[in-house]
Structure formats: structure tokens, C-alpha cells
Design a protein around this ligand. Structure first.
Ligand code: FAD
Ligand code: UDP
Length: 761
């Protein structure tokens, strides 16, 4: 049924106790009754569920809505002249969301992110049921989109254990939920049901398969079994996808019965002697967890499968499932099964199946989803769910310090500002949050606020109160913990000196220093101050790990950040103001962005903005990416953050311990409670390991990179209507306060220009 109005009244027949859910699926509702259909049918018992399919060709743009009476799910199919037109799909989706109100998004296909990420969902769930990028004809952007989806998801599920093992490090709230079985439905196959006509014509014994028939099946194996036993019949049920007819083995004893209704599967199954899972072992099957395995078993049929990882692990010890690798193995196993009349091994099967019902899986997922929704609401109270419309004077890309300060300044001056960030949260790299145990952590590594600027502190103080905090760092040198930056205590401890005054320490340092005529590199800076021995002990390994290159190849400014001291001051920073936002950075950013003139669009990449609707753009993302990497990529250093919670109050004596030795793969480990001042009976730590690939965190300061940046800078200067800001936008290794100062100055300039324009007009 096609709808052209914008008010949709489908799926309201049952009482709804939960908000509506829109499920984005690459599988059509009527294809086969698979995981999405099982789960959505159950979710539809308590909420309106819209199953949003991929678009189909039609002369007019419309959203076809069809209520599936059996399940209560509404199937939404976008219709349009060009089904690749993401913009058109987005319009239809926006209309649907505007009509049904705030909703939860549930994804099977990351490709849908392209037209749905601009919506403020109540919660975003990604149910990853396959490694789709391994499938035949998978779009090239699949991995990229999946990464974005994972970043924006509040909760993630995997359809099997292998997928879970492969993806568990990608999301903090990820759960392994192997597919289940509708027990009552398939149990009926245990007594002989009336046999469907097309199968009744086929002789016995019968070895059957039902499911999608695509590149995941091992056609040579099927042909091999058929050839070895011409007297056995192989029954293949299911839609044929992505394969040409030539790829299907043809033989008098192989019967392709095509797609059959889910309701009728038990009737077919009840007459089989053996059920087959003849999967090829390839990229497309590495992570599969076939739904049919428990279905065959519930129907009372023994199974032979190739050694698909999840089948082997899930059914090990279950006698009714045999694993074989080739046609000969399948034939031997099938002969044994046919000769066996013992049903005792089905006791273990039934015990296992009792734990696999779709009902209990759907219940668990519903509960976890509700928790994720609640967590999102608490984390972002200021974001109103629904479709965000951009009608702004300024678009700001990036909701970190650079973007948020700029947006706040412009909005307070009366301009309408739209802030987009590709991450699902505000605050950029300073983002902090409560982890699963309730300990406040910094997701992107420890951020300590320090500044000499009264203006910067004064400005930020409008949005937060402060708690005094002076950061202390100890370096682990061969197991001894000594103050870093190097100070008098460090010298006494590692060199066995007994220096008691600053003057003595200064004199001692002069004896160590190895003067360098022209101090250019990060190595020169340290060696000229403290000599080779201390350089090697504290800087060489750490910097090599941190930057992936020798300090002699880095600008002196890098190590100038941690100058040696003759005093016994063991604070990491010596700025006049050292403090932490009392309720955390995210809270401070919420207050900064909570302005009627500011619209926030999270989980939205600048590249995806439809119309560049505003007259001026502030860009705080990587400057090279803005210009399509036209001069080549600017080098950035990335980091991997390994977060850990321990059930003790404290682990470290100070906020951060540095590991300068090459024997430790990470550079430093920070314990957040020292930094945030939180009282909690658990503690959370974060180890940082540098990496050449991943999100850009650090511009790498050296002459070659600066020269490359200068070329981009020239383009940036020439770009009218765009201001580039921040660590990434101006390719500069800046601290938070420096970024705030930069953004405040840029806002002043922009506002002056706007005033002049207004007067001129
Ligand atoms: P970011 O915070 O990186 O914000 C940029 C935002 O733009 C990001 O949220 C990103 O998702 C978004 N974005 C990028 N491209 C796009 C796009 N195409 N579309 C949409 N959005 C996009 N500073 C200190 O003062 N003290 C510290 O202790 C400290 N510790 C640090 C520790 C680590 C591990 C790191 C990495 C940095 C640390 N810093 C510290 C530096 C601090 O993080 C930066 O100075 C500050 O975050 C820079 O703010 P920004 O707005 O320029 O960039
Ligand atoms: N550094 C080092 N050993 C240390 C601490 C720092 O070699 O124990 C060097 C390293 O190259 C590092 C730079 O000094 O990248 C700046 O250190 P800082 O703590 O300022 O780095 P941040 O993590 O704040 O960028």
C-alpha cells in the first residue's frame, strides 16, 4: 500500500509500552524468515516496529507502508526513480520519523547510516549478524560505514561467537547473541507431517538443506555427495541469490525446490533422513552462526556440517551434529546417521535448545536496549530526539573545544549555528563519561586542564565550576618510579646524586649537558639540557613509541613540552591555573552548547551534509581531508586506548605513570580517579599505545610535515567562507587552552566581519 500523506497509523493495534523502532535491513521482509524477522515480530508486541527496506524503483517518490498482519510489523519500502539517491531516501525517512515521533534505530546494514545518521535517535542498536564486508558484491564503503555505525551505536549485538571475538574490542556495550530457534514451530517436525507435494515426488533417502543459497554454500561439495551416492536425493530449499545458473550443480539426484514459506519448513524437514550444512569455508562464512542448525535439531533431524567455526564451538559434544570436511566425509557420516535409530543423543540437544529460544533472546535484547536508551538520555539531556533541520547562519564542523567555543560565541551574538560532529557525542577528544562501573573516565585518554591565560579560564568558568588539581607523573625506569619531568629528586634517584638545592642541581645538570650548536630536533633539546644518558632513559624510547620515529626527526617543540627542572617541583605542569571542570568536560560542553540558537547534529560527517545551507563554515576536522588530500595525507599519529576497571580503590600512586622503556608496548597508564577526584570503590585505568593508523589525534611536528601543511594552509587561506580551527584544522600540536584561545580570537574576527557586513547592508 502506497502512502503519500505524512501521518502513518500502522501497527497501532497492540498496546505499545516502548517507543517506536525503525529497523534498517538489507534483507527484505519477505525474503526468508531470518533473525531480523524473528526479533522484529517479537519487538512488535510492545512497540510499533517499522522494517525499513532498501529502496526500489518507481516513477514517483513515496514510502510504501504495509502492515504484516501476522506479526504487527510495518514494512516500509522507499520507492523512487533512482534508488541510489540517498537524499531522496533521507526525505522519506525524515517524514516517517516526523510522523511517528522519537524512535529507536536498529541496524542490520551499516549502509543505511548514509541516510539516517542525522536523526537524533532515542537509542541506536547495531545487530551485527554477519561480516557483510566479506560477502560477494559488498559495497566498497561497507567497512567505513560500519565503523561509523559502531561509533554511533549505544549498543551492539553479534549473531555469533566468532563475530563477537572479532568485534568485541570495537564497542564498549557489545553482547554476543547467537541466533535462536522457534521451538514450538520446529518441534512439530518430530512427528511426520503431511509431506509437501513437490518433495513427496522425490525418492528416499533424502538429505536436505533449507536457507539462502548463495556463495556461502560449497557447490562442489554438494555435487560431490550427489556423485558419490546417486541413490541418495539431495533436496535444496531456499532462494538463490547472487549466483548464476551455471554455478548450481545439476544432477538427477539434486533437487532445487526454490523458496518455501517459513510455515511449511517443518513439513519438509520431517521427512528428511539427514540435514545438511554444506558451507564453503571462505570470507563469507568465517563468522556465520547459521540459524538453521538449531532449527534442524528442533525438528529432530541429525545434522552434518562443514567445520564452520561457530557450528563447531556451539555444538561440540552434541552427538546429533557431525562435522565433515569433504564429500566422502559427508557420505560416511550420513550412512552412519541413517543406520542409527538411537534417539538418546537428542536429550542433550533438547537441553541445549531450551537455552536458545527467540523469545528469551528478544527479551534480553529488549532489556539491554532499554538500559542503553536510558544511558543515552542521561548522557545527553539537552538533545531533543527527532529530525534536525539545518537553517543556520554558520555551520560548525566538530564539537570539540574549537567548534564548541566558536558555536557558543556565534550563537551568543545572535547567529543561528548548526554544529555537526561525526562522533555520537560532544566534547571532542576531551569527552568524559561514566564507564560501566560508574567511574568517570576520559574516553580519549587523560585530559588535564592547565593554562596561564586568565581570559581562557574566565571564559570557560561561565560553563563550569572547577576543582583544583595538579597533575603528577612518575616514570617507570627499570621498575623504579621517579618524577617526570626530570627534577632534582629524579637526578638523586636515578644517578645516585645527593643534590639538596636548586643551585647544586643546576651545576650538576651543566656537567651532564652536551651542548648542541643549533637546537632543532626533539633530541637536540633534551641532550643539550641533560646529556645522552638521561635522554635515553626518559625520552628516546618513549618518543619512538609515541611518534613512530626517532626524536632526531621531530621538532624541538615536542620535548620542549617537558623541560627539566633543578627544583623538586614534581608537578607535570607549572601553569598558573591548574584545575579540572568540577562535573567533567562533557557537562561543561553541554552547558556551552545548550543555547536556543545552536542545533546539534551528532553522528554526522561533514561530507554527508546535504545542502551546505549556511553562509559560513567553521571547520575543525583535518584540514587535508577538507581538501580531499589533494597534496597527499598529512601525517597524524593515532592512539589505541585500553580501558580497564579494577575492583580496588587505587592502583597507582599518581595520575599517570610513563613507561619510557621499549620493553613496554604502551607509553603511559593513567588512573582517572586521581585526576577527577571521584570517590568510588572501583578504579579505572587507561593505557595508551600509539599507532600509525586510526583516528587522527596528533599532528606530527617536523619540518617536512610543516611544509606539506603550508601548502594546505595556502588553500585554506584562499577558501572564502570557511574558517579552519583547532588541532586538526590548523595541524598544530595544541593543548586545550591554546585551542580555546585560538577559537575565541577567531570568533572575535568573524563577528567583527559580520558587524561590518551588517552595517554595509
Ligand atoms: P578535537 O577535540 O579533536 O575535536 C574535533 C572534532 O571534530 C572531533 O570530535 C571530530 O569527531 C570532529 N570531526 C573531525 N572531522 C569531522 C568531519 N569530517 N565531520 C564531522 N566532524 C568531524 N590538552 C590539554 O590541554 N591537556 C591534556 O592533558 C591533554 N591531553 C591529551 C591527551 C590525549 C591522548 C590527546 C589526544 C590530546 C590531549 N590534549 C590535551 C589535547 C586536546 O585534546 C586538544 O587540544 C583538544 O581536544 C583540541 O580540540 P579540537 O576542537 O581542536 O579537536
Ligand atoms: N616525552 C618523553 N618521555 C616522557 C614524557 C614525554 O619522551 O616520559 C616526550 C614525548 O615525545 C612526548 C613529548 O615529550 O610526546 C610531549 O609529552 P607530553 O606529556 O606533553 O605529551 P602529550 O601526551 O600531552 O601530548
Amino acid at each position: 500500500m502506497a502512502m503519500d500523506g505524512t501521518t502513518y497509523n500502522f501497527g497501532k493495534a497492540r498496546p505499545q509500552t516502548a517507543p517506536p523502532l525503525i529497523c534498517f535491513s538489507h534483507l527484505r521482509w519477505d525474503f526468508v524468515f531470518q533473525r531480523p524477522q524473528h526479533l522484529m515480530s517479537r519487538f512488535a508486541e510492545t512497540r510499533r516496529v517499522f522494517f525499513f527496506e532498501e529502496p526500489v524503483v518507481s516513477p514517483e517518490r513515496s514510502l510504501s507502508l504495509r502492515l504484516c498482519p501476522l506479526t504487527g510489523v510495518t514494512v516500509a519500502t522507499p520507492m523512487m526513480p533512482d534508488p541510489t539517491d540517498v537524499h531522496e531516501v533521507r526525505i522519506l525517512l525524515d517524514e516517517l520519523v516526523a510522523s511517528i515521533g522519537p524512535a529507536v534505530a536498529w541496524y542490520y546494514t551499516p549502509i543505511a547510516v548514509a541516510f539516517s545518521s542525522h536523526i537524533h535517535w532515542l537509542a541506536v542498536a547495531y545487530d551485527c549478524m554477519d561480516e557483510l564486508s566479506g560477502f560477494r558484491f559488498a559495497p566498497a564503503e561497507m567497512r567505513l560505514r560500519e565503523q561509523r555505525l559502531i561509533n554511533s551505536a549505544d549498543i551492539m549485538f553479534t549473531g555469533g561467537a566468532s563475530l563477537f571475538a572479532a568485534k568485541r574490542h570495537l564497542h564498549r556495550n557489545i553482547h554476543c547473541m547467537p541466533s535462536g530457534v522457534e521451538l514450538a514451530h520446529f518441534f512439530t517436525a518430530r512427528s511426520l507431517l503431511p509431506e509437501p507435494e513437490e518433495q513427496a515426488r522425490i525418492r528416499r533417502p533424502a538429505l536436505g538443506y533449507f536457507g539462502v543459497i548463495d556463495e556461502r554454500l560449497d557447490m562442489a561439495l554438494i555435487a560431490g555427495i550427489a556423485a558419490l551416492r546417486p541413490d541418495w536425493q539431495i533436496i535444496m530449499i531456499g532462494p538463490i541469490a547472487k549466483l548464476t545458473p551455471e554455478e548450481l550443480p545439476m544432477a538427477p539426484n539434486i533437487h532445487w525446490l526454490g523458496v518455501q514459506r517459513y510455515q511449511d519448513l517443518p513439513a519438509f524437514l520431517s521427512h528428511w533422513d539427514v540435514a545438511l550444512m554444506p558451507f564453503a569455508l571462505n570470507d563469507a562464512t568465517r563468522f556465520i552462526s547459521p540459524t538453521k542448525a538449531p532449527e534442524y535439531l528442533a525438528g529432530g533431524c541429525r545434522v552434518i556440517s562443514t567445520p564452520v567455526a561457530d557450528v563447531v564451538s556451539r555444538f561440540s559434544g552434541i552427538g546429533a551434529v557431525t562435522v565433515a570436511s569433504d564429500a566422502a566425509g559427508f557420505v560416511v557420516a550420513a550412512a552412519e546417521i541413517m543406520a542409527c535409530s538411537d534417539v538418546s543423543d537428542f536429550v542433550a540437544v533438547d537441553d541445549l535448545l531450551a537455552t536458545m529460544s527467540w523469545d528469551s533472546i528478544a527479551d534480553q535484547m529488549t532489556k539491554l536496549l532499554a538500559e542503553a536508551q536510558q544511558a543515552r538520555r542521561l548522557a545527553r539531556p539537552h538533545i531533543r530526539p527527532g529530525v534536525a533541520k539545518v537553517t543556520a547562519d554558520y555551520t560548525v564542523v566538530g564539537a570539540g573545544f574549537a567548534g564548541a567555543v566558536m558555536a557558543e560565541r556565534l550563537a551568543s551574538a545572535g547567529h543561528r549555528v548548526c554544529v555537526v560532529d561525526r562522533r555520537p557525542h560532544i566534547a571532542g577528544n576531551a569527552y568524559d563519561e561514566l564507564d560501566a562501573s560508574g567511574v568517570m573516565v576520559h574516553r580519549y585518554g587523560p585530559h588535564i586542564f592547565h593554562t596561564n591565560s586568565d581570559a581562557v579560564l574566565g571564559y570557560l568558568s561561565r560553563f563550569t565550576a572547577w576543582r583544583p588539581y595538579e597533575h603528577r607523573v612518575l616514570a617507570d625506569v627499570g621498575g623504579d618510579l621517579v618524577p617526570m619531568p626530570i627534577n632534582r629528586t629524579t637526578l638523586n634517584k636515578v644517578l645516585g646524586a645527593s643534590l639538596t638545592t636548586d643551585a647544586e642541581a643546576e651545576a650538576f645538570l651543566r656537567t651532564l649537558a652536551e651542548p648542541v650548536a643549533d637546537i632543532r630536533s626533539a633530541r637536540d633539546f633534551v641532550v643539550s639540557a641533560v646529556g645522552q644518558q638521561l635522554y635515553k632513559m626518559f625520552f628516546e624510547g618513549y618518543s619512538r613509541k609515541q611518534w613512530g620515529m626517532d626524536p632526531s626527526e621531530l621538532d624541538r617543540a615536542v620535548t620542549a613540552r617537558v623541560p627539566t627542572r633543578a627544583s623538586d617541583d614534581d608537578r607535570y605542569f607549572q601553569d598558573r591555573h591548574q584545575c579540572m571542570p568540577a562535573e567533567g568536560y562533557t557537562r561543561m560542553f553541554e552547558k556551552m552548547l545548550d543555547h536556543p540558537n545552536i542545533t546539534l547534529r551528532l553522528s554526522t560527517d561533514y561530507a554527508e551534509l546535504d545542502a551546505k545551507a549556511s553562509s559560513h563554515l567553521v571547520f575543525t576536522g583535518p584540514v587535508d581531508s577538507y581538501f580531499g588530500l589533494c597534496f597527499g595525507a598529512l601525517p597524524y599519529r593515532s592512539l589505541v586506548f585500553e580501558h580497564e576497571t579494577r575492583e580496588v580503590e587505587f592502583v597507582q600512586p599518581v595520575g599517570t605513570i610513563n613507561y619510557p622503556g621499549m620493553e613496554t608496548p604502551y607509553t603511559r597508564c593513567s588512573e582517572f580517579k586521581h585526576i577527577t577526584g571521584q570517590s568510588h570503590r572501583f578504579t579505572s585505568l587507561c593505557r595508551e599505545t600509539s599507532s600509525a593508523t586510526g583516528e587522527p589525534f596528533y599532528p606530527i611536528p617536523n619540518a617536512a610535515n610543516q611544509a606539506l601543511y603550508k601548502r594546505y594552509e595556502a588553500l585554506a587561506d584562499a577558501e572564502t567562507g570557511v574558517t579552519f580551527l583547532g588541532r586538526l584544522g590548523t595541524y598544530r600540536y595544541m593543548n586545550m587552552d591554546q585551542v580555546v584561545a585560538q577559537a575565541l580570537a577567531a570568533a572575535r574576527r568573524l563577528l567583527d566581519v559580520a558587524k561590518v557586513k551588517a552595517v554595509a547592508e
